[in-house]
Design a binder for this molecule. Structure first.
Ligand code: ADP
Ligand code: MG
Length: 400
């Protein structure tokens, strides 16, 4: 199950021009300054290693979802922050896209050992179409290709997939770390292997649940998706969020779990309120007996104790999706409790999902988690057992 891809261990980059696909899709604040720079920091080990080994770098990233050239989505602020973090100059010039003729001239002028950041790849509509002409222009910038953009690896775009089919291509250290950590979950995890799933929708995570039924010992369900399971089992869930078109699917997953001997647990009790509001008065109800006018917004105290016990006894834990509306107290209690339990479990732990990672950072336990994934969609697709196009393309061209 574990993916074998060529890595930086397999190549000598000395004197080579290397195109690196990075994930610099960071939030920009007012005045064009980078907000949270976690994604830039995450790829520094790869960039430093390549520079130390004598490479000249050309970096490509998307930012946001511009439909064409867009001043709000230029990579100038990213170039500035990257230069600060690397303590080296980063060459950047605003253009209409990564393949524009001014861009080509600018890249060609980069001296040996320099770092050039291309303009936002999504300024060129050919990027998301995986257009071979754009891939060819990008490949013309370098001798080798390194993909370190795990967060974009589930997309077959010109700068992720297309170019990897034209140059000798390798996984960067971040991509390698992601594949190793997530791969280890699917490939003979230490037991018990406990999966904690929550968040907004069952529909986002059906594929993950199905695939993990083949490998997990216990799956704990929290968040809004618990109510679809509770209603599917005949419960009264009041005004809680339910995906009514997914009730059959929830029943199928429960049956499949029984057949495979996997314990699939939904909360017993839930914290309810008439609406999501900071500090509002709450009531605890059984998940299958929530009065009309009440919404389930967090897992209840009995469920927290039960889930904590199971997580603390795990040897491997995967967590994706908050247990409640953790952004708004008092509905953050369940998510906090699970975060602490995962940190204290001493298990090999992996956390994925944009909101879950934000929660773990806010709660302050990220440094006690084995692996905090940088890819939301990409980590889910990987855990569904799907092949990531940006990964599959690596190594398709013979090595340099
Ligand atoms: P991740 O980004 O970690 O994969 P999701 O995007 O699936 O997580 O879900 C996160 C969202 O789910 C959060 O905004 C949270 O407020 C919401 N959520 C969790 N529990 C509930 C609930 N009981 N009712 C409504 N929304 C919920
Ligand atoms: Mg999310």
């Amino acid at each position: 199950m574990r993916v074998r891809v060529p890595t930086l261990d397999d190549v000598d980059v000395d004197g080579k021009r290397v195109l690196v696909r990075v994930d610099f899709n960071v939030p920009l604040q007012e005045g064009g300054v980078v907000g949270d720079d976690t994604r830039i920091r995450a790829t520094l080990p790869t960039l430093r290693e390549l520079l130390d080994a004598g490479a000249t770098l050309v970096l490509a990233s998307h930012l946001g979802r511009p439909k064409g050239p867009d001043d709000e989505a230029r990579l100038a602020p990213v170039a500035e922050r990257l230069a600060e973090l690397l303590e080296r100059p980063v060459r950047y010039t605003p253009t209409s896209g990564p393949g524009a003729s001014e861009q080509q001239t600018f890249v060609a002028a980069g001296e040996s050992g320099s770092i050039t950041l291309l303009e936002n790849t999504r300024f060129d509509a050919r990027e998301t179409k995986n257009d071979p002409e754009l891939a060819k222009v990008l490949a013309g910038y370098a001798d080798l290709f390194v993909n370190d953009a795990f967060g974009a690896a589930h997309r077959a775009h010109a700068s992720t997939e297309g170019v990897a089919r034209l140059l000798p291509s390798y996984a960067g250290r971040l991509l390698e770390r992601e594949l190793t950590a997530l791969g280890a979950l699917l490939d003979d995890p230490e037991r018990p292997f406990v999966v904690v799933l929550g968040g907004a929708k069952v529909s986002d995570k059906i594929g993950v649940i199905s695939n993990l039924l083949g490998v997990a010992d216990t799956i704990l369900i929290g968040g809004a998706m618990a109510f679809t399971f509770a209603k599917a089992a005949g419960g009264r869930v009041g005004d809680s969020l339910v995906e009514d078109d997914k009730l059959d699917l929830a029943r199928d997953l429960v049956t499949e779990a029984e057949e495979r001997g996997v314990r699939l647990l939904v909360p017993d009790d839930v914290v309810c309120a008439p609406r999501v509001e900071r500090g509002i008065e709450i009531a605890v109800h059984a998940i299958d007996d929530i009065p009309d006018g009440q919404k389930g917004l967090d897992v209840g105290p009995d469920t927290i104790r039960r889930f904590e016990r199971i997580v603390l006894a795990a040897r491997t834990v995967l967590w994706n999706g908050p247990m409640g509306v953790f952004e708004i107290p008092p509905f953050d209690v369940g998510t906090r409790a699970i975060a602490h339990a995962v940190a204290e479990s001493g298990a090999s732990s992996v956390i994925g999902g944009g909101d879950s990672v934000a929660a773990v950072n806010a709660i302050g336990v990220a440094d006690r988690i084995g692996h905090v994934s940088t890819g939301g969609g990409a980590s889910l697709e990987f855990l569904e057992g799907r092949t990531l196009p940006g990964v599959a393309a690596l190594g398709s061209v013979g090595g340099a």
